[in-house]
Design a protein around this ligand. Structure first.
Ligand SMILES: *[C@@H]1O[C@H](CO)[C@@H](O)[C@H](O)[C@H]1NC(C)=O
Ligand SMILES: [Zn+2]
Length: 588
């Protein structure tokens, strides 16, 4: 064919380009007329988008929302679209701001000892478990369990409590206490240790009424012996965990402690496994606690946030239940101690600054008011290091702006904070990561530990910290992962299991109700604030064009629901990236 004259060639090229551009922009404005996208309409949709707080329909493309609109808005009605109209009320997919994915999966595959009332009951539960899992209890596959509490037994349990039972004699087992700060092992495991078991600084080897229980740092001796699950077993645990999380409306979670090895596994599973149905925002935990180990785990992220790693977890102190949290003043019920720090203030500041200089978000576990003060000091020092302007000024406003734009340092738990430090954390915008069900589990004994004054001015603040957008979560498997129970606990400060407050004289009254949150405030903690705490506020926790197509379908609108119904609410469906990952009415 003879070549066309140049002018004609250029002319047709230009018009071809123009046609493509026109078609493209037309499609952008009228996506439904071209490639019919799936459209979903419901009775109501709560979006958490201030420009369009409610809607009835949305469309989905490539795992994100392509459009969100009210039912009677034009395009949606186009005949050739693939519209699914369903009964139900939609909220944005929920996030748990602090949980432990793998441990939860392992918990699901282990003996559940929560609420066991006697040693006999523990033995019975172990036997029932062994019937269903006959492979457990061998040297290479120990039986695991969690949830016992010696206060139900009247004394510490011992290895002999298991060994004296004929059916259980000789099994290898390790059972974690309810707060996972102690492990109870069997005689077969004790036999692997030296005859004279040494004491361990920062830990306790229980010897009365007999050997078998190891607490805090003393647990390491047992962990070193425990045959660790391999990648396949971990993948199975993660899959089970994600299934349960989807079932309660969770589409994402912040994993508060991922080893470098597990981070590599997560990254692999996230990109390849169809069972990876929860977005995970991981906090790296170095093999040696409270250290600087950036070479172990590079920052990881993918476009759809299936697995992100850009934060690190440090630990300032232990737990309140075992008097391990570090307090400014002694405990009211143990006046000879004020708990202990796991790392001194200057070392905490140093390691925080090191991580911050590498661009990592630093998330410090802090329960007691001394631990919280040290965490705030460390963050302030790191912000001063990272954020000084040219003039060398470092006022709180400048630091707060820099914190919110670049660092988003967080305090995990943030349970007991001195009033002076409550002011500081708010001025700097340090993110409190709070578990409302911890408050309602601890309310039984918190006041004994702290005394009335500290309890009412420092403990388990939520409303007081509202202006710095607390991230809410559950700390599963320490507490159940159901976010509606967390919302209930935040709204009522009553135990979601029982519906009761701490005062037996007046059980319908919540604990320090001046700190309760409203439904909207609590829900934002599990959506918008959790997203913000993970640098994901543009894509998660919101139903808006361009954000992840993650949503939850409920039978009734939350805002009309009696708050007591939250305790037993069952999610109807959960969708992640435009895919239905849980449906109550379908068998799996
Ligand atoms: C804090 O801990 C570090 C590291 O363990 C140690 O080198 C340092 O001497 C300690 N500082 C104080 C003031 O105790
Ligand atoms: Zn935790």
């Amino acid at each position: 064919m003879a070549p066309l004259p140049p002018l004609v060639r250029w002319g047709s090229l230009i018009s071809a380009i123009a046609a493509v551009v026109l078609a493209y922009s037309y499609q952008q404005q009228h996506p439904l007329l071209f490639d019919p996208l799936p459209v979903y309409c419901y009775n109501s949709i709560r979006t958490h988008d201030s420009h369009q707080p409610s809607a009835e329909c949305f469309s989905v493309k490539d795992g994100v929302f392509a459009g969100v609109w009210a039912r009677d808005d034009g395009d949606a009605a186009a005949k050739d679209t693939d519209v699914t109209v369903s009964e139900g009320h939609v909220i944005p997919g929920l996030w748990d701001g602090h949980g432990h994915l793998l441990q939860y999966g392992e918990f699901l595959h282990s003996v559940d000892l929560f609420g066991s009332q006697s040693l006999d009951e523990v033995r019975l539960r172990i036997k029932t478990y062994l019937e269903a899992n006959p492979e457990a209890g061998t040297e290479n596959h120990w039986l695991r369990g969690v949830g016992w509490d010696q206060s139900a037994f009247g004394r510490m349990p011992t290895a002999d409590d298991i060994e004296q039972d004929e059916q259980l004699r000789g099994i290898f087992m390790m059972l974690d206490r309810i707060d996972v700060h102690c492990s109870w092992v069997s005689q077969a495991v004790l036999n692997l240790l030296p005859d004279e078991i040494p004491n361990v600084p920062g830990g306790e080897v229980i010897r009365d009424p007999g050997p078998g229980v190891f607490c805090d740092n003393a647990m390491d001796m047992i962990m070193d012996l425990w045959p660790k699950p391999g990648a396949e077993e971990k993948a199975r645990a993660v899959k089970s965990a994600m299934k349960e999380l989807n079932k309660v409306g969770l589409v994402g979670m912040h994993d508060a402690g991922v080893t470098a090895e597990n981070a590599r596994l997560y990254s692999e599973l996230a990109s390849s496994s169809p069972d990876w149905t929860v977005r995970v925002y991981g906090m790296l935990e170095c093999d040696k606690r409270n250290t600087f180990c950036p070479e172990d785990a590079p920052m990881l992220s993918d476009q759809d946030a299936k697995f992100t790693l850009r934060s690190v977890k440090l630990f300032a102190d232990g737990a309140l239940g075992s008097w391990g949290s570090a307090m400014l003043d002694p405990y009211a019920d143990h006046p000879w101690t004020s708990g202990s720090l796991l790392i001194n203030a200057s070392a905490l500041t140093q390691v925080t600054k090191s991580w911050a200089s590498k661009g990592f978000q630093v998330n410090i576990h802090a329960i007691g008011d001394l631990a919280n003060r040290n965490a705030i000091d460390a963050f302030q020092a790191a912000l001063e290091q990272q954020c000084l302007d040219e003039r060398g000024d470092s006022d709180a406003l400048l630091l707060a702006g820099c914190q919110s734009r670049h660092h988003r340092f967080r305090i995990e738990h943030a349970q007991i904070i001195h009033p002076d430090d409550q002011k500081r954390i708010r001025a700097l915008g340090i993110i409190p990561s709070i578990q409302p069900t911890h408050a309602t589990s601890d309310m039984r004994y918190a006041e004994q530990r702290l005394g009335p004054e500290r309890t009412s001015s420092e403990a388990y603040r939520m409303k007081t910290l509202l202006d710095i957008n607390p991230v809410l979560g559950s700390d599963f498997p320490v507490e159940p992962p159901n976010p509606f129970q967390g919302i209930y606990a935040a709204m009522t400060r009553k135990n979601p299991q029982t519906g009761l407050g701490p005062d037996p004289e007046n059980p319908s009254r919540g604990w320090h109700t001046e700190e309760t949150l409203s439904l909207d405030e609590a829900l934002l903690g599990f959506t918008r604030n959790a997203a913000y705490g993970a640098f994901l506020e543009h894509s998660a926790g919101i139903i808006r064009q361009g954000s992840f197509a993650d949503w939850v379908v409920l039978d009734e609108p939350l805002e009309d629901m009696d708050v007591e119904k939250l305790r037993t609410l069952k999610v109807k469906e959960t969708w992640v990236g435009g895919r239905k990952v849980y449906s109550r009415d379908e068998r799996d």
